[in-house]
Write a protein that binds this ligand. Structure first.
Ligand SMILES: [Zn+2]
Ligand SMILES: [Zn+2]
Length: 67
């Protein structure tokens, strides 16, 4: 039996819509805890609470934008 673990899956970064930006570490997607939920602060548009990715339950912290 496997222990119940939080699972994460890549979701499209709302800020760059896959193009890659500093908020998603230029990957175009971010790891989000499953089942994935859009950020309830911005409804997926991106805000400071979700690191501008549009998702809740990000895995770890993505580095702040330094461009
Ligand atoms: Zn992005
Ligand atoms: Zn948000």
């Amino acid at each position: 039996m496997e222990p119940e673990e939080e699972t994460y899956a890549p979701e499209l970064c709302a800020h760059c819509e896959g193009a890659g930006c500093c908020y998603c570490d230029k990957k175009g997607e971010v790891l989000v805890r499953q089942p994935s939920k859009k950020c309830h602060h911005c409804d997926g548009d991106g805000c400071i609470y979700c690191g501008f990715t549009g998702w809740e339950g990000l895995e770890g912290r993505y580095p702040p934008c330094t461009w």
